[in-house]
Design a protein around this ligand. Sequence first.
Ligand code: ZN
Length: 128
Amino acid sequence: MALQYSSKINKIRTFALSLIFIGFGVMYVGLVFKNIEWLMVLFFILGLLCIALSTVVYFWIGMLSTRAVSIICPSCDKPTKMLGRVDACMHCKQPLTMDKNLEGEEFDEAYNSKQYRKKIKNETDTNK
Ligand SMILES: [Zn+2]
């Protein structure tokens, strides 16, 4: 089984885009109930909420992008952005790491989690 990683920014972007489609879908469902006014209004509001949420998510991507580190992918030589300690290239999905200790290690999203950092800290403490 081949593991497929995609960059976090791409993942969030896909999520925001699908929210827009869900929003329009929900509003379309509202048209089916155009005979029941309150139900139609309810679906329209839900649809608008989804679209508003996707705008928020897009805004959030913008904020994240300013924090992301721009690098040139060593694998495909294209500029990409990475978030956190481990991320994947936006173009070729090459796993990338900011941490020298993780170089050559198997890619795992868990490296970004607080538990993992705590684990590493405990290990270094006991080694002292
Ligand atoms: Zn790449």
